[in-house]
Design a protein around this ligand. Sequence first.
Ligand SMILES: Nc1ncnc2c1ncn2[C@@H]1O[C@H](COP(=O)(O)OP(=O)(O)OP(=O)(O)O)[C@@H](O)[C@H]1O
Ligand SMILES: [Mg+2]
Length: 231
Amino acid sequence: MLEAKNIDLFYGASQALNDVSLAANTGEITCILGRNGVGKSSLMQAVTGRQPIKKGTVSWMDKDISRMATADRAKMGIAYVPQGRQIFSQLTVMENLKTGFAALPRSKRKVKDEIFDLFPVLRKMTRRRGGDLSGGQQQQLSIARALVMQPKLLILDEPTEGIQPSIIKDIHNVITILRQQGDMAIILVEQYFEFARDLGDKYSVMDRGVVTVSGEVDSMDETEVRKYLTV
Ligand SMILES: Nc1ncnc2c1ncn2[C@@H]1O[C@H](COP(=O)(O)OP(=O)(O)OP(=O)(O)O)[C@@H](O)[C@H]1O
Ligand SMILES: [Mg+2]
C-alpha cells in the first residue's frame, strides 16, 4: 500500500535520512522504533509531504506521490497525528474535529458517531476549548481528528509520549480496534520495544538516519532490537 524507497532527506546541510525504505500494508500495524533524534519523525514528514526528499520515492496505492503536496496526500487518505498533538487550543473540540473535513468531499463531511464510541471522553466535551483539555485528552482529540478524515493510512507519531498510563491504555485499545477493523494501514512511531511487541505486525528500527533492523514482529530478536532503544 505505502512504499517509501531509498529516501534521503536533508535539513540544510545536515542529513536526517540516509537511504531509508519502509512499507505499510492495509490491516497491519508497522512500528517505527528508535531513540530521540534518529529520524523517525523526519521519515513521517517525508511520507506525508511535510518535508521534501532529496532522493528516493514515496508511492501510495501504486502511485508515485513523492512530489505531491501534503494536502493532496491527505485527500488520498493519508492522515497524520503529529508528535506533540498540535490541536488548536482556541477552537472547541468539535471545531478541531471538523478541521479534518478539509481532506473530504462535501458529501462525506460528517463526524461519525463511531469516533465518539472510540473516544467516549470527547463526546461530553464537544463544546469545550481544545486548550482546556488534559494532555491525554488532547492526544485523543488529535487521533480523533485524523479519523474524521476516514483515512486509509493512519500515521501516529509517538501518541503516548508524556501521557498518563490510564490514557495510554485507552489509546492502545483504540489502535487495536482500528487494526481489527482491517481497512487502514497504520504506522506507529514509538520509542519502546514493548509497543512493537504488543501492537505491531511489522517493525523497523532506526538509528542515526538509517534503518538498522526490520521485519515481522513475530520473529523480532529482542536483544538485537533493544541495542538501538532507550533502556
Ligand atoms: N526542522 C528541522 N530543522 C533542522 N533539523 C531538524 C529538523 N527536524 C529535525 N531535525 C534534526 O533531524 C534529526 C532527526 O530528527 P527527527 O525529529 O526526525 O528524530 P526523531 O527520531 O523523530 O526524534 P524524537 O524521538 O525526539 O521525536 C535530528 O538530528 C534533529 O535535530
Ligand atoms: Mg519524533
